[in-house]
Design a protein around this ligand. Structure first.
Ligand SMILES: [Zn+2]
Ligand SMILES: [Zn+2]
Length: 337
């Protein structure tokens, strides 16, 4: 073996033995704070007797993802907790029957103990105003814990504009400073009048609420939704995006398929995270509709424009109620198939 071969071999071996940590080419990309997502989430069973009301997931020591159990409500939304040096932001309070307060208190007090702190102000804000995201507001506002004083941001356009310093809704981007962690807040109406996306430069995560997630994207105002999507595409251009995290999973791992509305237990659900490419795919899909909203399935999500109540929506509502009733009846012992 000559010297060149030896050098080449040791170089190769060295490379293989070192942990591979690629750096992003952007000057600020290498500073992204990493975290982990679970391989799968608890959903709602198969035995509801065994299910905690909330699953707590530590993405990293300053970011937590909590998921409500499907056994308490089929919506099983995710909520997010982001800690800065001075304040912590809670995005959403969950759906009905969530009973979030004890779990939130547990996470807050564990964080305080871990960080040798005795007080951390909590901002309670929302991705949007739908009931499955604000149902826990009253119980959280009533926490009355001196170590966790609360600032509440009502899920209205006015309160949202004021809190994040957004003058022109929905064009401007607002901010909130948690202490060495400044988040960008983009108004993205369309799913709801008060929908916002939150970009966290520390983790490079874009939180998108119900506007982008692996499931049925219900579009109430088609034009506004399309413009909001375009603004998210422009905003993220050239920025690192580690994950696009929405607030539900309804999609299966099998491409183009989702669980029926009202499903409690989803053993084969899609992962939560999408990539920035999803924004581009949505942009192309909306453009292809040429202003004529229609339902369409894609690999990781589907687009569901919802308009005025119609006989069709009345029929699907009855179908959903019947399915929901059956699900609840067998939730204590669901099939694992
Ligand atoms: Zn919603
Ligand atoms: Zn929702």
């Amino acid at each position: 073996m000559n010297r060149t071969t030896l050098l080449a071999l040791s170089y190769l071996l060295g490379c293989c033995c070192l942990p591979l940590q690629a750096q992003l080419p952007q000057p600020d990309g290498g500073t992204i704070r990493a975290g982990t997502l679970p391989r799968s989430w608890d959903t709602g069973g198969p035995k509801c007797m065994q299910m905690p009301e909330w699953q707590i997931h530590e993405y990293n020591p300053d970011m937590y993802i909590l998921r409500q159990s499907g056994c308490t409500d089929f919506e099983k939304p995710f909520i997010f907790l982001l800690f800065g040096n001075d304040r912590v932001l809670l995005l959403d309070t969950g759906s009905r029957r969530g009973n979030l307060a004890p779990t939130l208190k547990l996470v807050m007090h564990r964080w305080l103990a871990r960080n040798h702190r005795d007080r951390m102000p909590l901002i309670v804000a929302h991705t949007h105003s739908h009931s499955d995201h604000v149902a826990g507001d009253a119980e959280i506002r009533a926490l009355d814990d001196p170590s966790v004083p609360i600032t509440y941001v009502a899920p209205t356009v006015e309160a949202t504009k004021q809190f994040y310093g957004i003058v022109n809704w929905p064009e401007d981007v607002g901010t909130v400073d948690l202490g060495n962690r400044v988040l960008d807040v983009l108004p993205i109406p369309g799913h709801d009048i008060v929908s916002v996306a939150v970009y966290d430069p520390q983790t490079a995560i874009l939180f998108t609420g119900d506007s982008v997630y692996p499931g049925r994207l219900y579009i109430r105002d088609f034009e506004a939704f399309e413009r909001s999507n375009q603004r998210m595409v422009r905003f993220t251009e050239g920025k690192p995006v580690a994950h696009v995290l929405g607030n539900h999973i309804e999609q299966k791992r099998t491409p183009y398929t989702d669980y029926p509305v009202g499903t409690i237990y989803q053993p084969d659900e899609h992962e939560l995270a999408l990539a920035r490419g999803a924004l581009l795919e949505i942009q192309a899909a909306l453009a292809a509709m040429h202003g004529k909203p229609r339902r369409a399935a894609y690999r990781d999500f589907s687009l569901w424009p919802v308009g005025q109540s119609s006989p069709e929506s009345e029929a699907s509502r009855r179908e959903f109620e019947e399915y929901q009733k059956q699900q609840v009846e067998r939730m204590w012992d669901q099939s694992t198939q």
